[in-house]
Design a protein around this ligand. Structure first.
Ligand code: FAD
Length: 318
């Protein structure tokens, strides 16, 4: 079922959803199930599965020669989505990127997803890989998520790149896109970023999931600005409970966002990461309660592979 249909059916009730990462290469899919199983009692209508691009490493061969080697640490997004739908009977939402995909790769990827009965996709640009300074699209690929949304929308109308497929069965994906309450790190301003979020909606996206934020006023301001800009689709807040002291430095740097002083000081005073995890849970519970009171359709949690803290939050709320 489409995310928009889940929202309609819920009739104003806030629902629980979460995002998982495919397991690291070499791990068993049971590591995923062990983290999902304890969350199923909170009835998530959908589970997002992130997509991770190939990275390149260069190995010295001597004589000034370098060998380019492709490294993928977390493959398996599509297979994991199929396994989730099969095991839990909920909608699995694969993330799909511009980075690393030509338009033809994208078309084939989407056809596979259609065969698997996937109803929703999250369309993203992706970040620069470690060997790049700036994000570089694949040859014949998309430079921005809005272009990817345009391609998915075309496929939904039965317009394929492959000429032999014209007028064959169209796909019917509900498309989600990213939004950034504290603006995307490359955007010169929040207003310009929202201008481009609107482009993604105009091209056919039906809902937005936000980057994590730790101060709800940033989300409420973002929603207000989106509405003023004429964006009327659901804006699902994404929350992540802080779990380690290290994240105090990592999160603002990696995602270009601010942590509230009160949260920083609570974490600074913690003796160990067990205490930090509890502070993260309490902060996230307070954020969730305020968001639910404001009538958000979903609260979407970033599980980052370990679900015990998400369970601790959900059991107080859902
Ligand atoms: P875009 O919407 O294309 O925007 C990128 C930047 O370009 C922004 O600064 C925007 O303002 C600007 N821009 C957009 N269009 C134009 C234009 N036409 N001209 C000029 N500037 C423009 N990454 C992964 O690798 N895998 C994942 O699974 C993943 N999941 C995510 C889930 C969520 C909910 C979020 C919020 C992010 C996720 N990301 C993921 C990270 C995401 O790929 C990065 O944040 C990426 O840098 C931007 O992606 P986007 O889709 O927002 O890009």
């Amino acid at each position: 079922m489409k995310v928009t249909e889940h929202i309609e059916k819920a009739n104003g009730k806030t629902m629980f959803s979460f995002e998982i990462l495919p397991p690291l290469k070499g791990q068993n899919i049971n590591s995923i199930f062990e983290n999902i199983d304890p969350l199923m009692e909170f009835n998530p209508p959908f589970i997002d599965v992130t997509y991770h691009r190939e990275e390149y490493v260069y190995k010295e061969l001597g004589n000034g020669l370098l060998e380019k080697k492709v490294v993928r640490k977390r493959p398996g997004t599509v297979g994991i989505c199929a396994a989730i739908q099969n095991r839990y009977n909920v909608d699995a939402i694969p993330h799909i990127l511009c980075g690393g995909f030509s338009k033809e790769d994208t078309e084939n990827f989407l056809i596979d997803l259609g065969f698997l009965g996937i109803d929703n996709v999250m369309a993203l640009r992706g970040d620069a890989v470690k060997s790049e300074t700036y994000f570089t699209p694949e040859k014949e690929g998309h430079a921005y998520a809005s272009k990817l949304v345009e391609q998915i929308s075309a496929l939904n109308k039965g317009i394929y790149l492959d000429e032999e497929l014209q007028n064959k069965t169209p796909t019917d994906f509900c498309i989600g896109v990213a939004g950034y309450p504290e603006k995307h790190m490359e955007a010169p301003s929040l207003d310009s970023d929202i201008h481009f979020v609107k482009k993604k909606i105009e091209k056919g996206a039906s809902y937005i999931v936000t980057q994590m934020f730790f101060d709800n006023s940033k989300y409420f301001k973002f929603v207000d600005k989106c509405r003023t800009a004429g964006i009327n689709v659901p804006i699902i807040p994404g929350l992540k409970p802080i779990a380690t002291k290290k994240q105090l430095n990592l999160i603002p740097h990696r995602f270009s966002l601010e942590l509230p002083d009160a949260l920083i000081m609570e974490i600074v005073r913690c003796k160990d990461n067990k205490q930090v995890r509890q502070v993260g849970v309490d902060w996230c519970v307070a954020q969730s309660k305020e968001l639910i009171a404001a009538g958000v359709p979903f609260v979407h949690y970033y599980s980052m592979g370990k679900s015990d803290n998400i369970r601790a939050i959900a059991s107080q709320i859902f």
